[in-house]
Design a protein around this ligand. Structure first.
Ligand SMILES: C[S@@+](CC[C@H](N)C(=O)[O-])C[C@H]1O[C@@H](n2cnc3c(N)ncnc32)[C@H](O)[C@@H]1O
Length: 307
Protein backbone atom coordinates (compact mmCIF):
# COMPACT_ATOMS: atom_id res chain seq x y z
CA UNK A 1 0.00 0.00 0.00
CA UNK A 2 1.40 3.38 -0.91
CA UNK A 3 1.88 5.71 2.00
CA UNK A 4 1.24 9.27 0.89
CA UNK A 5 0.71 10.98 4.24
CA UNK A 6 4.03 11.88 5.91
CA UNK A 7 2.27 12.90 9.13
CA UNK A 8 1.15 9.36 9.93
CA UNK A 9 4.39 7.59 9.04
CA UNK A 10 5.87 5.68 12.00
CA UNK A 11 9.53 6.38 12.65
CA UNK A 12 11.44 3.69 10.82
CA UNK A 13 13.54 2.83 13.87
CA UNK A 14 10.30 1.86 15.61
CA UNK A 15 9.54 -0.84 13.07
CA UNK A 16 9.82 -4.16 14.94
CA UNK A 17 11.82 -5.88 12.21
CA UNK A 18 14.25 -2.97 11.87
CA UNK A 19 14.92 -3.16 15.60
CA UNK A 20 15.13 -6.94 15.42
CA UNK A 21 17.67 -6.78 12.57
CA UNK A 22 19.85 -4.26 14.44
CA UNK A 23 19.67 -6.34 17.58
CA UNK A 24 20.58 -9.58 15.78
CA UNK A 25 23.54 -7.95 14.04
CA UNK A 26 24.76 -6.66 17.41
CA UNK A 27 24.26 -10.04 19.08
CA UNK A 28 26.18 -12.06 16.47
CA UNK A 29 29.09 -9.61 16.35
CA UNK A 30 28.31 -8.26 12.88
CA UNK A 31 27.56 -4.78 14.24
CA UNK A 32 31.10 -4.60 15.64
CA UNK A 33 32.43 -5.69 12.21
CA UNK A 34 30.48 -2.81 10.65
CA UNK A 35 31.97 -0.37 13.20
CA UNK A 36 35.44 -1.78 12.41
CA UNK A 37 34.83 -1.36 8.62
CA UNK A 38 35.13 -5.11 8.07
CA UNK A 39 32.98 -6.81 5.40
CA UNK A 40 29.97 -8.96 6.32
CA UNK A 41 30.21 -12.51 5.09
CA UNK A 42 27.12 -14.29 6.46
CA UNK A 43 24.11 -14.08 4.11
CA UNK A 44 21.62 -13.22 6.88
CA UNK A 45 23.93 -10.46 8.13
CA UNK A 46 23.80 -8.76 4.75
CA UNK A 47 20.01 -9.26 4.58
CA UNK A 48 19.68 -7.50 7.94
CA UNK A 49 22.19 -4.81 6.99
CA UNK A 50 20.34 -4.10 3.73
CA UNK A 51 17.14 -3.53 5.70
CA UNK A 52 19.01 -1.06 7.92
CA UNK A 53 20.36 0.70 4.83
CA UNK A 54 16.77 1.12 3.61
CA UNK A 55 15.85 2.39 7.09
CA UNK A 56 18.59 5.03 6.89
CA UNK A 57 20.55 3.61 9.84
CA UNK A 58 23.41 2.13 7.78
CA UNK A 59 24.84 3.04 4.40
CA UNK A 60 26.63 0.86 1.88
CA UNK A 61 29.76 2.21 0.19
CA UNK A 62 32.42 0.39 -1.80
CA UNK A 63 31.63 -3.07 -0.46
CA UNK A 64 31.34 -2.02 3.20
CA UNK A 65 28.45 -1.13 5.47
CA UNK A 66 28.88 1.88 7.73
CA UNK A 67 26.79 3.89 10.18
CA UNK A 68 24.59 6.46 8.46
CA UNK A 69 23.63 8.05 11.78
CA UNK A 70 26.39 9.40 14.02
CA UNK A 71 25.06 8.80 17.51
CA UNK A 72 27.06 7.35 20.42
CA UNK A 73 24.16 4.91 20.98
CA UNK A 74 24.81 3.28 17.58
CA UNK A 75 28.44 2.71 18.57
CA UNK A 76 27.42 0.50 21.49
CA UNK A 77 26.57 -3.06 20.27
CA UNK A 78 25.79 -4.27 23.82
CA UNK A 79 23.18 -1.57 24.27
CA UNK A 80 21.63 -2.29 20.86
CA UNK A 81 21.57 -6.05 21.43
CA UNK A 82 19.72 -5.58 24.73
CA UNK A 83 17.54 -2.53 24.20
CA UNK A 84 15.67 -3.78 21.13
CA UNK A 85 14.62 -7.14 22.66
CA UNK A 86 13.52 -5.34 25.86
CA UNK A 87 11.44 -2.90 23.79
CA UNK A 88 9.95 -5.65 21.62
CA UNK A 89 9.09 -7.81 24.65
CA UNK A 90 7.40 -4.84 26.31
CA UNK A 91 5.40 -4.22 23.14
CA UNK A 92 4.33 -7.88 23.03
CA UNK A 93 3.39 -7.82 26.71
CA UNK A 94 1.31 -4.71 26.10
CA UNK A 95 -0.33 -6.30 23.04
CA UNK A 96 -1.30 -9.30 25.17
CA UNK A 97 -2.98 -7.09 27.77
CA UNK A 98 -0.06 -6.91 30.24
CA UNK A 99 -0.22 -4.46 33.11
CA UNK A 100 1.01 -0.89 32.94
CA UNK A 101 4.15 0.12 34.82
CA UNK A 102 7.41 -1.65 35.44
CA UNK A 103 7.10 -5.10 36.97
CA UNK A 104 9.40 -8.04 37.46
CA UNK A 105 6.97 -10.38 35.67
CA UNK A 106 9.36 -11.00 32.78
CA UNK A 107 12.91 -11.44 34.08
CA UNK A 108 14.27 -11.38 30.52
CA UNK A 109 12.86 -7.87 30.02
CA UNK A 110 14.36 -6.76 33.33
CA UNK A 111 17.81 -8.12 32.48
CA UNK A 112 17.78 -6.87 28.88
CA UNK A 113 16.59 -3.41 29.88
CA UNK A 114 19.19 -3.31 32.63
CA UNK A 115 22.05 -4.28 30.36
CA UNK A 116 20.90 -1.75 27.76
CA UNK A 117 20.76 0.92 30.45
CA UNK A 118 24.46 0.42 31.21
CA UNK A 119 25.00 2.77 28.25
CA UNK A 120 23.76 5.53 30.57
CA UNK A 121 27.00 5.10 32.54
CA UNK A 122 28.97 6.00 29.40
CA UNK A 123 26.73 9.03 28.94
CA UNK A 124 27.32 10.08 32.55
CA UNK A 125 31.09 9.64 32.20
CA UNK A 126 31.39 11.16 28.72
CA UNK A 127 28.82 13.97 28.77
CA UNK A 128 27.53 14.75 32.26
CA UNK A 129 30.76 14.68 34.26
CA UNK A 130 32.72 16.94 31.87
CA UNK A 131 30.05 19.61 32.54
CA UNK A 132 30.53 19.22 36.33
CA UNK A 133 34.30 19.51 36.95
CA UNK A 134 34.18 19.38 40.78
CA UNK A 135 32.11 16.19 40.79
CA UNK A 136 34.18 14.76 37.92
CA UNK A 137 37.32 15.23 40.04
CA UNK A 138 35.71 13.22 42.86
CA UNK A 139 34.87 10.41 40.42
CA UNK A 140 38.44 10.45 39.12
CA UNK A 141 39.80 10.42 42.67
CA UNK A 142 37.50 7.51 43.59
CA UNK A 143 35.82 9.43 46.41
CA UNK A 144 32.42 10.09 44.78
CA UNK A 145 29.19 8.41 45.90
CA UNK A 146 26.53 7.77 43.25
CA UNK A 147 22.79 7.37 43.92
CA UNK A 148 21.07 5.09 41.40
CA UNK A 149 17.29 5.48 41.73
CA UNK A 150 15.42 2.59 40.10
CA UNK A 151 18.62 0.57 40.28
CA UNK A 152 17.06 -2.49 38.61
CA UNK A 153 19.81 -5.06 38.04
CA UNK A 154 22.43 -2.41 38.96
CA UNK A 155 23.92 -2.14 35.47
CA UNK A 156 24.61 1.62 35.64
CA UNK A 157 26.12 1.47 39.13
CA UNK A 158 28.29 -1.52 38.23
CA UNK A 159 29.55 0.11 35.06
CA UNK A 160 30.46 3.30 36.95
CA UNK A 161 32.09 1.35 39.79
CA UNK A 162 34.17 -0.57 37.26
CA UNK A 163 35.14 2.53 35.38
CA UNK A 164 35.97 4.70 38.43
CA UNK A 165 37.99 2.73 40.94
CA UNK A 166 36.96 3.53 44.51
CA UNK A 167 33.62 5.14 43.61
CA UNK A 168 30.68 3.81 45.66
CA UNK A 169 27.05 3.48 44.58
CA UNK A 170 23.77 3.07 46.43
CA UNK A 171 20.79 1.83 44.41
CA UNK A 172 17.10 1.98 45.34
CA UNK A 173 14.31 -0.15 43.92
CA UNK A 174 10.79 -1.12 44.93
CA UNK A 175 10.85 -4.63 43.41
CA UNK A 176 12.48 -7.32 45.56
CA UNK A 177 12.75 -9.81 42.64
CA UNK A 178 14.73 -7.24 40.65
CA UNK A 179 17.00 -6.56 43.61
CA UNK A 180 17.72 -10.29 43.83
CA UNK A 181 18.98 -10.17 40.24
CA UNK A 182 21.00 -7.07 41.13
CA UNK A 183 22.56 -8.94 44.06
CA UNK A 184 23.67 -11.74 41.74
CA UNK A 185 25.20 -9.31 39.23
CA UNK A 186 27.04 -7.46 42.02
CA UNK A 187 28.38 -10.74 43.39
CA UNK A 188 29.45 -11.88 39.91
CA UNK A 189 31.52 -8.73 39.55
CA UNK A 190 32.85 -8.89 43.14
CA UNK A 191 31.69 -5.33 43.79
CA UNK A 192 29.69 -5.95 46.97
CA UNK A 193 31.99 -3.65 48.94
CA UNK A 194 31.21 -0.67 46.70
CA UNK A 195 27.70 -1.24 45.25
CA UNK A 196 24.85 -1.46 47.75
CA UNK A 197 21.17 -1.93 46.88
CA UNK A 198 18.23 -1.05 49.12
CA UNK A 199 14.61 -2.14 48.88
CA UNK A 200 12.92 1.24 49.13
CA UNK A 201 11.07 3.88 47.17
CA UNK A 202 12.89 7.09 46.37
CA UNK A 203 9.95 8.80 48.09
CA UNK A 204 11.22 7.36 51.40
CA UNK A 205 14.91 8.18 51.00
CA UNK A 206 16.08 9.71 54.28
CA UNK A 207 19.82 10.27 53.61
CA UNK A 208 21.21 13.79 53.87
CA UNK A 209 24.34 15.29 52.27
CA UNK A 210 25.44 11.81 51.21
CA UNK A 211 25.75 11.73 47.39
CA UNK A 212 27.69 13.58 44.69
CA UNK A 213 25.56 12.53 41.73
CA UNK A 214 22.08 11.01 41.48
CA UNK A 215 20.32 9.32 38.53
CA UNK A 216 16.50 9.48 38.51
CA UNK A 217 14.73 8.06 35.42
CA UNK A 218 11.26 9.62 35.85
CA UNK A 219 9.57 7.53 33.15
CA UNK A 220 9.61 4.44 35.40
CA UNK A 221 8.50 6.16 38.59
CA UNK A 222 4.85 6.91 39.40
CA UNK A 223 4.26 10.66 39.55
CA UNK A 224 3.63 11.04 43.31
CA UNK A 225 6.75 9.07 44.21
CA UNK A 226 8.72 11.01 41.59
CA UNK A 227 7.74 14.43 42.98
CA UNK A 228 8.50 13.39 46.57
CA UNK A 229 11.66 11.74 45.29
CA UNK A 230 12.89 14.98 43.72
CA UNK A 231 12.79 16.64 47.15
CA UNK A 232 14.32 13.64 48.91
CA UNK A 233 17.17 13.44 46.42
CA UNK A 234 17.83 17.18 46.70
CA UNK A 235 18.27 16.72 50.47
CA UNK A 236 20.39 13.62 49.95
CA UNK A 237 22.86 15.37 47.63
CA UNK A 238 25.98 17.04 48.96
CA UNK A 239 26.26 20.78 48.32
CA UNK A 240 27.60 21.10 44.77
CA UNK A 241 26.17 17.68 43.89
CA UNK A 242 23.83 17.16 40.97
CA UNK A 243 20.79 15.22 39.85
CA UNK A 244 20.70 13.67 36.36
CA UNK A 245 17.13 13.41 35.07
CA UNK A 246 16.55 11.66 31.72
CA UNK A 247 13.19 12.71 30.29
CA UNK A 248 10.58 11.05 28.14
CA UNK A 249 9.93 14.49 26.75
CA UNK A 250 8.51 14.95 23.30
CA UNK A 251 9.69 18.26 21.90
CA UNK A 252 7.87 20.46 19.45
CA UNK A 253 10.19 19.61 16.52
CA UNK A 254 9.57 15.87 16.84
CA UNK A 255 7.14 14.50 14.21
CA UNK A 256 3.64 13.98 15.71
CA UNK A 257 3.74 10.18 15.53
CA UNK A 258 7.10 10.07 17.35
CA UNK A 259 5.76 12.45 20.01
CA UNK A 260 2.76 10.16 20.43
CA UNK A 261 4.99 7.07 20.66
CA UNK A 262 7.14 8.67 23.36
CA UNK A 263 4.09 9.79 25.33
CA UNK A 264 2.54 6.33 25.00
CA UNK A 265 5.75 4.61 26.12
CA UNK A 266 6.07 6.86 29.17
CA UNK A 267 2.52 5.86 30.20
CA UNK A 268 3.26 2.17 29.60
CA UNK A 269 6.45 2.39 31.70
CA UNK A 270 4.52 3.88 34.62
CA UNK A 271 5.88 7.43 35.03
CA UNK A 272 3.94 9.19 32.30
CA UNK A 273 5.31 11.93 30.03
CA UNK A 274 7.10 14.94 31.50
CA UNK A 275 7.78 17.92 29.23
CA UNK A 276 11.10 19.68 29.89
CA UNK A 277 9.50 22.96 31.04
CA UNK A 278 7.34 21.12 33.58
CA UNK A 279 10.38 19.15 34.80
CA UNK A 280 12.37 22.37 35.21
CA UNK A 281 9.54 23.93 37.24
CA UNK A 282 9.39 20.84 39.50
CA UNK A 283 13.17 20.97 39.97
CA UNK A 284 13.02 24.63 40.98
CA UNK A 285 10.17 23.90 43.43
CA UNK A 286 12.24 21.08 44.93
CA UNK A 287 15.09 23.52 45.61
CA UNK A 288 17.60 22.74 42.84
CA UNK A 289 19.79 25.49 41.39
CA UNK A 290 21.37 25.69 37.91
CA UNK A 291 19.94 23.31 35.31
CA UNK A 292 21.87 22.12 32.22
CA UNK A 293 20.28 20.39 29.25
CA UNK A 294 22.05 17.50 27.48
CA UNK A 295 21.04 15.34 24.55
CA UNK A 296 21.20 11.56 25.02
CA UNK A 297 20.47 9.98 21.65
CA UNK A 298 17.21 11.65 20.63
CA UNK A 299 16.21 12.23 24.25
CA UNK A 300 16.69 15.17 26.55
CA UNK A 301 18.45 14.85 29.91
CA UNK A 302 18.36 17.58 32.56
CA UNK A 303 21.19 17.97 35.00
CA UNK A 304 20.24 20.01 38.09
CA UNK A 305 22.81 21.21 40.61
CA UNK A 306 22.35 21.57 44.36
CA UNK A 307 23.70 24.95 45.47
C1 LIG B 1 13.86 -0.17 34.12
S1 LIG B 1 14.50 0.02 35.59
C2 LIG B 1 16.06 0.68 35.50
C3 LIG B 1 17.09 -0.20 34.87
C4 LIG B 1 18.37 -0.17 35.63
N1 LIG B 1 19.25 0.89 35.25
C5 LIG B 1 19.10 -1.52 35.54
O1 LIG B 1 20.32 -1.56 35.52
O2 LIG B 1 18.40 -2.54 35.53
C6 LIG B 1 13.60 1.22 36.49
C7 LIG B 1 13.39 0.75 37.89
O3 LIG B 1 12.75 1.77 38.64
C8 LIG B 1 12.11 1.11 39.70
N2 LIG B 1 11.19 2.01 40.42
C9 LIG B 1 9.90 2.31 40.11
N3 LIG B 1 9.39 3.12 41.04
C10 LIG B 1 10.37 3.36 41.95
C11 LIG B 1 10.46 4.14 43.14
N4 LIG B 1 9.40 4.82 43.60
N5 LIG B 1 11.63 4.18 43.82
C12 LIG B 1 12.71 3.47 43.38
N6 LIG B 1 12.68 2.71 42.25
C13 LIG B 1 11.54 2.66 41.54
C14 LIG B 1 11.44 -0.06 38.99
O4 LIG B 1 11.08 -1.08 39.89
C15 LIG B 1 12.51 -0.48 37.98
O5 LIG B 1 13.26 -1.58 38.43
Amino acid sequence: MEDTDESVRVSVTDHPMVMAAASRLALVGAWQRILDAEPLTEPMDTVDADLLVAAGILRYDEGRYALAIEQPWFRNPVAIANWAPAYLRRALRHALGGSTGWTAADKDIVLAQGRASAAAAEFIAGTVLPSLPVIAARFDAGTAVFLDVGVGVAAISLRLANRFVGVRAVGLDVLPEVLELAGAEIKDQSLGDRVEVRHMSVADLADEDAYDLAWLPHMFIPRDAFEQGLRRVQRALRPGGALVLPLAAPDADTPPIDQALLTHEAHVLGGGPLPAEEAEALLAQAGYGAIHRHLYGDGLVLCAEKD
